[in-house]
Design a protein around this ligand. Structure first.
Ligand SMILES: Cc1cc2nc3c(=O)[nH]c(=O)nc-3n(C[C@H](O)[C@H](O)[C@H](O)COP(=O)(O)OP(=O)(O)OC[C@H]3O[C@@H](n4cnc5c(N)ncnc54)[C@H](O)[C@@H]3O)c2cc1C
Length: 463
């Protein structure tokens, strides 16, 4: 029976193992995870009724892979969606004030976030000719070219801050937001592309006899996101070995050997590396130094999650919604705040709220050196300023991510292409995870599924 070793038990690795088990029952799988449990970035903690997500807070259903994985794991009935108010009411903290993110053209027209000139530039987007730039454009360049410098400074920054904790001048538009350049190329403009592709999706759904798709929704579970990775771990059972820190992989006459600390080694016909890029680079260093260098070049930012609980009575007048972003160019002590107990039920005890601040990112990684008390004080000060919170927090929990989210900087897709070409010289070796083709949980589920297909194809051919 061919044997596959998957290294890294976050979401990508277990999703790959699950799909392999389903689609290639003649293949045996071992999943090696350095930590004490499966989940990686995904982790839910319960403290005195405050349900804290240490990493991701939910997933969007913009791609079908993760909703399908939940259904296949039998979790469909346990999914919960973010409240409508959380979808509609999102805020920006700029120039010392909280501003509602405009919804639709009328909201944009009346929003104080842009000057008349900025609005003119934004509304001219559909009339600008499409261009095929000669270089890999940054998010800031792309948005400024299509919609003006102000839209780039306000909205592109907010988007990149909220999703990547990164800098729009550094991140590649094609790598971080692949849909935007595709819409420009296919439809001649981004706004036109959104409208036309939404119409096409609606037509296609109606033709299939399905209801037209609504706006994207955020999902989690009443007991938190860890339900997903716990279910994967339970399904994989003894195939998972935790507490195994893989150090290197080597070729053998018949395939591969995966080496951990000490003398432990696992033989394999195929190896999937689904751990962070810097770990993959270390494992590849002896096998293929140029490939290891390419992988090592993928940078990560630093993030501290600071969860705080308040008495509801101390938070009068805080709007109902998702939370707010403080665009990274403002260099504030926090990048944004998610109002977790407004988004999902069962996040805080009765009469209390639970909020989560994300601090750090590419430009304020220094805050990770602050001790917990200082971080909580800084977050509380920001919340008093932005939201007028009256009393002190009654609960706090700090989680540090020294290497949090991979940054798809300009040139990322070229780097990934060179990594793919180099890895292809090692039949049976597969590199995946959030470092390459998308950082959202939905992207990781997709990558897990795709790598499982590639491994099954390889073993079918090899067998
Ligand atoms: C603070 C934060 C908030 C986020 N918020 C969201 C959000 O709201 N929505 C969203 O969609 N995404 C969010 N993300 C992104 C998303 O959580 C990640 O991209 C995703 O979870 C990554 O999954 P992965 O399996 O690729 O990698 P990881 O979760 O990093 O898993 C890799 C695994 O490999 C293991 N490992 C490492 N080294 C070794 C070794 N030597 N041997 C064996 N195993 C090893 C690790 O222990 C880990 O378990 C967030 C990320 C962070 C950090």
């Amino acid at each position: 029976m061919p044997h596959v070793v998957i290294v890294g038990g976050g979401l990508t690795g277990p999703a790959a193992a699950f799909r392999l088990k389903q689609t290639a029952p003649g293949v045996s799988v071992t999943l090696l995870e350095a930590g004490g449990r499966v989940g990686g970035n995904v982790g839910t903690e319960l403290h005195d009724g405050f349900r804290v997500e240490a990493g991701p807070n939910g997933f969007l259903d913009t791609k079908p892979f993760l909703p399908q994985l939940c259904r296949d794991l039998g979790l469909a009935g346990r999914l919960i969606t973010g409240r409508d108010a959380a979808r509609k009411n999102r805020f920006l903290y700029l120039r010392g004030k909280l501003h509602q993110m405009p919804a639709g053209p009328l909201g944009l027209l009346t929003s104080p976030l842009l000057s008349p000139r900025g609005k003119w530039d934004l509304f001219a987007e559909p009339f600008r000719r499409p261009k095929r730039p000669r270089h890999d454009e940054s998010v800031a360049e792309f948005v400024a070219r299509r919609a003006g410098k102000e839209a780039a400074r306000v909205f592109a920054d907010a988007l990149v801050t909220g999703i990547h904790g990164g800098d729009p001048a550094e991140l590649s538009a094609a790598a971080a937001f692949p849909r935007l350049p595709v819409l420009e190329r296919t439809y001649g403009g981004v706004v036109r592309g959104f409208i036309k592709s939404a119409k096409r999706k609606k037509r296609d759904a109606l033709a299939r006899g399905e209801p037209p798709p609504g706006p994207p929704r955020m999902w989690s579970f009443r007991e938190g996101l860890q339900v997903l990775t716990d279910a994967l771990a339970a399904d994989l059972g003894p195939a998972v070995q935790t507490g195994v820190s893989v150090k290197r992989i080597t070729r053998t006459p018949t395939g591969w050997a995966v080496h951990a600390d000490g003398r432990d080694a696992w033989p394999a016909d195929a190896v999937v590396l689904a751990c962070p890029a810097y770990e993959q680079a270390a494992m590849l260093a002896d096998l293929d130094p140029p490939l290891a260098d390419l992988v090592a070049g993928i940078r990560y930012n630093r993030i501290a999650v600071v969860a705080v609980g308040y008495r509801q009575a101390d938070c009068p007048g805080v709007p109902d919604g998702f939370g707010y972003i403080a665009p990274q160019h403002t260099r504030r002590d926090l990048l944004g705040v998610q109002w977790c107990s407004s988004i999902y039920p069962d996040r805080a005890p009765a009469g209390h709220v639970l909020w989560r601040a994300l601090c750090g990112g590419v430009h304020r990684g220094d805050v990770l050196q602050w001790d917990d008390a200082r971080l909580v004080r800084a977050v509380h000060a920001e919340l008093r300023l932005a939201l007028g919170v009256a009393g002190d927090p009654v609960f706090s929990r700090v989680v540090r991510w020294p290497r949090a989210i991979p940054q798809y900087v300009v040139g990322h897709l070229d780097r990934v292409g060179r990594i793919d070409a180099a890895a292809a010289r090692h039949p049976g070796l597969f590199l995946t995870g959030n470092a390459y083709r998308g950082v959202a949980l939905g992207d990781c589920a997709e990558q897990g599924e795709r790598v499982a297909g590639a491994v099954a194809g390889f073993l079918g051919r090899a067998g």
